[in-house]
Design a binder for this molecule. Sequence first.
Ligand code: PBG
Length: 327
Amino acid sequence: MTDPRISPDNTARKDQRNVRIGTRGSPLALVQARQIAASLEVASGGALRGEIVPFTTTGDQLTTERLINSGGKGLFTRELDSALDRGDVDITVHSLKDVPAVLPAGQTFGAFPQREDAREGFLSPHAEKLAELPKGAKVGTASLRRESQTLALRPDVEIVTFRGNVATRMRKLEDGLADATYLAMAGLTRLGMAHLAVPIPMEEMLPSAGQGIIGVVMREDGDAGVREALAGIDHAETRAAATAERAFLAALDGSCRTPIAAHLFDRGTEWELIGEVLALDGRQRWRADGKCRKDASEAQLAALGRDVAADIRTAAGGVLPAFVDEW
Ligand SMILES: NCc1[nH]cc(CCC(=O)O)c1CC(=O)O
């Protein structure tokens, strides 16, 4: 039976407004953008209708070479940033860990929906975890954080550069190009493929700042209806984590480009931020942590991030390895 109030061809109702959602065109990005579209429609009581507008970013066009040699951060956001600036789209949807520590001027996060599993996933046809790999095994990754964290635990393994979507990486594993690789559990879960990986305990391999979080960006002078609907899908705990982890990142990113990891842990009555910086070869590793109350303001959470970053600087004697960022 057809409900006469619902237009059968799914065209916009007269009282419905279109929200153009800019996103990358990758399978994961599209799943995330569709999820945001659906939640916005619900949060606005049907007044808004999400329209997905896919973009190919610079980062999507790069293949084998290390992204880091191609301009670092912002590779996956640049084209989306300018589309939002120009007003070609109303909002952009990103994996937060791919978003540079500082947003372009005039742009702001309208929503951080509830975080997905932030853990790293271990994928290997031969082993359940890194410790089980044979001596000298090849571990595929293009992330400098994962590379240095792996070498810190297993200095004997060989790191090989590994990129591509989930299917590509699985094929490379089958072809023996590497014995193991990592993918974020969040991405795998969103794609319905979490069964392919074994989650790694968070404190064994601290994830990237913002891992598992989707950031929805709007213009500061953006439409009030859109702003309100975004506020309706914002998740307070996730915003707290995004704020503390990104403040930590921003405080270290300013002067150095280094393998960095951070996560805000829920310790019942308190938040605990753990941050980590490593030398590329994994031989040096600095960790620091700090706590604050669960009812902390965004300013206090940002201060927590900066404090933990300052502790790491002190621990490292002010000499952090001069290198790269996460992507
Ligand atoms: N750097 C690419 C990227 N950006 C976001 C995710 C996964 C989803 C997420 O962490 O939110 C991934 C893939 C990966 O690192 O495994």
